[in-house]
Write a protein that binds this ligand. Structure first.
Ligand SMILES: [Zn+2]
Length: 472
């Protein structure tokens, strides 16, 4: 695994290369697998994912969601049943056509998402109102054979995610559940110390088959956005197509109301591009696999008291601690943990042992703090978490610009970030603007804003306040 430490390029010089170096050298992912776009998530990156899983899993279980596992393969004849849905994935679908010498009469699609296989089972399981609601989530892998250039975590052909799928007796119950889920994702973003823009996607850009879609768009430091978790209100689209129905209390047949929602390993890439600096990743304490790395500064003949103090500190501090006792130089270790984004570094040398304190260094600001009581450390971590979130909020606020005409929008877009416009709601305006500038309408604010005036593109009456940005 050894290669030259340190990032050789600044974010301002080449953001894309900077990112590739951070994810690789920081130990998050290795792209050198034999399959392009199917990357190896290395232990440090996977440890971040495990924390995200643990946190979110606890949240959904509190809402009565249960985990299950459904097959990786979906018969082509089944997935084609909901045409509009399949059309959205068809171009990226990987299809298995044989096993050994046997050709399949019905080829098997490797799941690009699990609606069809799950709802096939829901149809078997749901009979009466007493069987509802069904609230199932699965943690699995997904394959979408993207033909565009891949980017580790952000755009990969195989990725990990959770996909939750619920079925309810009433529209109201489904929508209430979905807004609770949007709240859970908001809580996840607090752990990410990241302020997203919560958007309702334009109708023409909703998840294939969905009634409406709410996404969290997050601004990266290069001014482009990365889409975060999506929460979809499916209505009765699938239940009517697949006849997922139940008899209600009056013995009347009804179709269920459905939601689905997912969050992926893309979030790891988002965190790095959102918070990172020229030395590497900067992880918010809440999701850092190691929150405090303790580095003993060793001098020949004086090792023992320093090591003893370091090990003792790791036991006493109420946080995820790691004592780095490897034989590398202290400088090497500093650089490596900086790359990985560990929020707090503690240095302990012979003089610190004598003075009865430790030196803590914040990853986000570089601030050095002399700490006498180890019980102060969790408070410092809280402060890091809080100030990273505040910084993220300010970054978003500073990067939403208003534009009332196409020319203004173009100019604003050149500066990166979101451009807020008045929009007639027509897909043609979105298309025209996108082909000219690369920026697209990402959606309208979840907390709806009142339209006024004319569409920025075609000058007809505005129906929405919309947000435009360039996206990954
Ligand atoms: Zn228009």
């Amino acid at each position: 695994m050894s290669e030259e430490l340190g990032i050789t390029v600044k974010r301002s010089e080449d953001f894309s290369r900077w990112y590739l170096e951070v994810v690789r050298k920081g130990g998050f992912i290795d792209q050198r697998s034999p399959i392009k776009g199917c990357d190896v998530i290395t232990p440090w990156g996977y440890a971040v994912w495990e924390i995200m899983q643990r946190e979110f899993d606890a949240m959904i279980k509190e809402k009565g969601v249960q985990n299950a596992y459904f097959p990786l393969f979906i018969p082509e004849s089944l997935i084609k049943k909901e045409e509009e849905h399949f059309a959205g994935f068809k171009a990226e679908a990987v299809v298995a056509t044989r096993a050994g010498d046997e050709e399949f009469s019905d080829p098997l699609v490797v799941r690009p998402t699990s609606e069809m296989i799950m709802y096939y089972m829901y149809k078997l399981w749901i009979r009466s109102y007493q069987d509802l609601p069904v609230k199932i989530n699965q943690w699995n892998n997904i394959v979408r054979w993207d033909t565009k250039v891949t980017k580790p975590f952000i755009r990969s052909r195989e990725f990990l995610w959770q996909e939750g799928h619920t079925a309810h007796a009433t529209k109201d119950d489904a929508e209430k559940f979905l807004s609770g889920m949007i709240e859970s994702y908001s809580k996840m973003y607090e752990l990410f110390a990241t302020e997203p823009l919560k958007l309702v996607r334009p109708k023409h850009d909703t998840f294939p088959g969905a009634g409406y879609t709410v996404v969290f768009d997050t601004l990266m430091q290069d001014g482009k956005v990365v889409q975060g978790p999506g929460s979809h209100f499916l209505g009765q689209k699938f239940s009517k197509a697949m006849d997922i129905s139940f008899t209600d209390e009056q013995q009347k047949k009804q179709h269920v109301w459905q939601t689905c929602w997912g969050m992926t390993t893309r979030q790891i890439g988002m965190l790095i591009m959102h918070h990172g600096d020229d030395h590497g990743a900067v992880l918010p304490p809440a999701i850092a696999p190691v929150q405090v790395v303790i580095i003993p500064i060793l001098f020949k003949g004086k090792e023992e008291p320093v090591l003893a103090r370091a090990r003792e500190a790791a036991k006493k501090i109420k946080a995820r601690c790691f004592v780095d006792e490897r034989s590398h130089s202290a400088g090497y270790k500093f650089s490596e943990w900086e790359l990985k984004g560990v929020p707090l570094r503690i240095e302990i040398g012979p003089k610190d042992v004598e003075a009865g304190h430790v030196v803590a260094v914040r990853r986000d600001t570089g601030e050095k703090i002399i700490v006498k009581e180890l019980s102060e450390i969790p408070k410092i971590l809280d402060a890091v978490q809080k100030s990273m979130l505040e910084k993220s909020r300010a970054f978003l606020k500073d990067n939403v610009r208003d534009a009332s005409t196409k020319e203004e929008a173009k100019k604003a877009l050149l500066r990166g970030g979101f451009v807020r416009v008045q929009w007639c709601g027509s897909q043609d305006c979105d298309r025209a603007f996108k082909s000219e500038t690369g920026g697209e309408i990402r959606g309208t604010a979840l907390r709806e804003e009142k339209p006024s005036g004319k569409c920025f593109c075609c000058s007809s009456v505005s129906k929405h306040v919309a947000y435009v940005a360039k996206a990954y």
